[in-house]
Every structure is written in C-alpha cells, then in structure tokens.
Design a protein around this ligand. Structure first.
Ligand code: AMP
Ligand code: ZN
Length: 465
C-alpha cells in the first residue's frame, strides 16, 4: 500500500515497524462543543484508513486521546481556555461538559459507522504520566521553568521543524493568530508543558506537580497517551492538516527528546472541509453538525458518501447543492444495490478481479473516490451474477461502511400521519395563544410515541424514530 507521508512529502510504500502490526494514533476532539462536519470528515477518513489496513490483514491498534484540559484558543499557548469557556457558556463543570460532548462525539461517530478506536483516553486520566515525562525532559535539559510555567526548549533539539513545507514565516506566533508573545519563552516556538502561573484563576482542574499546582499544556498529552498504549514507536499518526504546526511539530520534538530516537514514521493528514465562506471552525460558532443535517432530512450515510467521493488530500468544499447531489446519488446507489437479486453461485474469478480493482484504488494513497467507482462498476457489471455482486459489495463495505446492502429498518409510530399533523396543528395553536405549557405537553406526548418535532422557519417538521 502506498501512503502520502507529510513528514517526507512523498507517497511511500507503507512498511510498519513490526511486520503485520500497525500502531496508529489519532488526535481526538477537544470536547467543549459538538464536533462539526469538518472535524467528522477527518475522523471518517481516518476510519477508512484503519479499516483498510485491517482489511489488508494488518493487526491494528488504534489510540485516541480526548482533550478535556489545557487547550487554549490559540494552538500556541495563548488566548482563552476552550474547556473553561465552554463550561461557563453552559453552566456546567468542566468534567460535565467533557462527558456531554464526548458522548455526543461518539454518538456522531456511531451514526457515521466510524469505529471506536481500541483505546480512548481522556487527558485528565493521564496526568501522572505527563508529569513523569515532563520530569524526564527537565532532567535531560530539554525543558526549563520560567515565570512559573514549564516550557519545552525547542533550541535543544537538532531539527525542530520536521515538516519542511511549513515556512519559518508562517510560524511567527504573534503574526500567525494575532496573539501576544509570551515573554517567558526563550525561543519563539517554545511551548508550555505545564502551567502553574495560569492567567485563568478560575481554572477548576489542577494537579500537584514538582513545579507547583497547575495543569498540563495541550501538546504533551498526545505524546504521553501514544507512548502509554503504543510503546516507543508509532507507525501512523493522524490528524487534520491544521495539526501539523504547531501541534504535531511539538509532539515530535518532545517525544524524540524523551525517547532519544525517531518516534513516528508516517504522518497522515486530512485536508479541511470548507464552506464557500472559508474553513469551518468550532471556535467561530457558525458551523454545521451532523444533527443539523439529520434535522434537514439527510442521513449520516449520505454524509459519509459525500466524504468518500473526494480524496482526503484535497480540500472539500461543502455547499448545500454539492451535498444534496451526493445525498441523491447515495440514495440511488443504495436502491440499485438492494435491487440486486441473490441469484447464482458466487463466481470466484470474477470476485477476485473486481476486488483487485478495489484494492488497487485503496492502495494508491487511499483513493476512495476510485473505490466508490469500483462499487458502481460492480453494480453495472455485465459479467457478474447477483450473488457475486452482493458478495463484492459486502466485502467493499468492510472498508467503506456505506451500508449499501443494509435494508432500512422500518421506523413506525403508534400514530398515523393524520394524527401527527393534527397534533402539530394543535401545538401551533397553543403556541399562538401563548399557552406554552400545552405546546410543550403536546411535544412531549409525541416524543413519547416516537415522533420528534423540529421547528423551522417554514413550519414544524417531524421525524419518526
Ligand atoms: P478539535 O476538536 O478542534 O481539536 O479538532 C478535531 C480534529 O478535526 C482535528 O484533527 C482537526 O485537525 C480537525 N479539523 C478541524 N477543523 C477541520 C475542518 N474544517 N475540516 C476537517 N478537519 C478539521
Ligand atoms: Zn494530538
């Protein structure tokens, strides 16, 4: 299999550290808000990579962190604390907030058929490990204390900028995000390993450390969590393209300083989902969630199909039209797949031939759009019988997870369409008469019977199940 490696800027043969096994690390979400569909694109493409490696016979171990502490709004240690901001916004404790959005994240993943990684580790559960690694970095002379905080000294590593394609100019902290320079830093790219002198007096979660009571920086968590579960070598490290600098650059610097050898061989980065207005971002507020798409009548599988139609190393532009086209194409494709009769004996030679085309597509740096073309080719093939076509689609779906042959569960409510419409009209009348208690009662009664209402500018819509 060939994979593009951001570290070498080339497409390389994938050769794991230990034959037959793959250790894979994924930067998980910062759980202060819902994941937007851009975040989900990244996790979805990583899911395809993991599934294809398993399909190709590798024994994969995948680890993901959950950032529930220490991530400031600028990735370069300045700005507001994302978790604190979220907790204030929602009148929750940081841990309540983290639990709520971690559950919401995995619910989205489940709806999108994204497999849960083998190990999922919240940062707050690993602080002893962070302190141990930071202590070693201090002992080895890679870290220093200044102004109360502990910093990683980037001038001590032989080569800090391991990802060459990021120009020094892009790295100026003050220039990058309009954020203030931290005067405690000896070098402009030094980063915080441990905060004690926090500007966030109300920081709820703090731990004792040799450097004072405080909390860890963001970058250290991924190195430590990866090492805890995967050992000293990682085969593939994944993330969105924005993670390259400073997050992954810092992860490499501190991990290799700690270990004394190269750490991760392949870096897999997914390009962003953008809208016509630019990058979709969690902190900017106006973003699309999976739930929103569902409320508009789309299914998670339609979004999965939309993502698989484009290559992970191209930016994907979301527009209502482009997504609607993909959703229609998915529905038609599924109908055609479900209509394939289960006839004849499976033809092994035909199966192998079409499977090879699929593998060739996936081996070429995970060309999922070509893999989707392979699905169409199977459906229209004149030289395959029904049994072979169905077997091939099931086989490809181990990787694509598009549920093409899964018959839709018929969702039913105890109420007829007329009864639901009448209840919606009664609720609208109650709202008009400002009888909100009655309106809420009707909504709750419908919910108890499996009918969920959504109020839109054009009236109320409903969904069964
Ligand atoms: P966060 O929860 O903000 O730490 O982001 C979770 C993951 O989503 C990271 O791997 C980011 O690189 C990735 N990501 C952020 N914005 C986008 C986007 N617009 N499109 C695709 N991936 C994104
Ligand atoms: Zn990370």
């Amino acid at each position: 299999m060939k994979l593009y490696n951001t570290l070498t800027r080339t497409t390389q043969d994938f050769v794991p550290h230990e034959a037959g096994k793959v250790s894979m690390y994924t930067c998980g979400p910062t759980v202060y808000n819902f994941a937007h569909i851009g975040n989900l694109r990244t996790y979805l493409m990583e899911d395809v990579l993991e599934k294809y490696l398993r399909y190709a016979g590798y024994d994969v171990t995948r680890v993901m962190n959950i950032t529930d502490i220490g991530h400031l709004s600028s990735d370069a240690d300045s700005g507001e604390d994302k978790m604190l901001l979220g907790a204030k916004r929602e009148h929750k404790t940081v841990l309540e907030l983290a639990k709520f959005y971690t559950d919401a994240f995995f619910a989205d993943c489940a709806a999108l058929n994204i497999k849960r990684p083998d190990f999922v580790q919240p940062a707050t559960g690993c602080v002893d490990e962070f302190i141990r690694v930071i202590s070693v970095l201090m002992e080895k002379g890679y870290a220093y204390k200044a102004g109360g905080n502990v910093y990683f000294d980037t001038s001590k590593v032989e080569q800090y900028h391991k990802f060459f394609n990021f120009k020094e100019d892009d790295l100026e902290v003050g220039v990058r995000e309009g954020v203030d320079e931290d005067e405690n830093k000896r070098n402009k790219n030094d980063f915080v390993l441990w905060f004690t002198k926090s500007k966030f007096e109300d920081q709820a979660l703090k731990w004792y450390s040799p450097w004072g009571v405080g909390y860890p920086g963001w970058h250290i968590e991924c190195s430590c969590i990866a090492m805890k579960y995967l050992g000293e070598y990682v085969d593939i490290h994944c993330g969105g393209i924005d993670n390259v600098f400073p997050h992954h650059t810092n992860e490499i610097a501190q991990s290799e300083a700690y270990l004394g050898h190269n750490w991760c061989k392949y870096w897999f980065h997914v390009l962003h989902l953008n809208t016509a207005g630019g990058k979709m971002s969690k902190s900017s507020g106006g973003f699309l969630t999976l739930k929103k798409l569902e409320e508009e009548g789309y299914s998670p599988m339609e979004y999965r199909f939309f993502c698989l139609q484009s290559h992970y190393r191209n930016s994907l532009v979301y527009s209502e039209d482009s997504f609607d086209n993909a959703a229609n194409a998915y529905r038609k494709l599924r109908q055609r797949a479900l209509a394939i009769p289960q006839e004849g004996e499976r033809d092994e030679e035909g199966f192998a031939r079409y499977k090879k085309a699929f593998c060739d597509a996936m081996d070429a740096d995970l060309n999922t759009s070509l893999a989707v073309t392979c699905v169409y080719d199977v459906i229209k093939a004149k030289d395959l019988n029904g049994a072979t076509k169905r077997a091939l689609l099931e086989d490809f779906d181990k990787v694509l997870s598009l549920d093409l042959l899964k018959a839709e569960e018929k969702k039913e409510s105890a109420l007829s369409a007329e009864e639901i419409e009448a209840a919606i009209a009664a609720r609208a009348a109650a709202k008009k008469a400002k009888n909100y208690a009655e309106a809420d009662r009707i909504r709750a009664e419908l919910a108890a019977k499996g009918v969920t209402l959504t109020d839109t500018p054009n009236g109320t819509t409903y969904k069964i199940g």
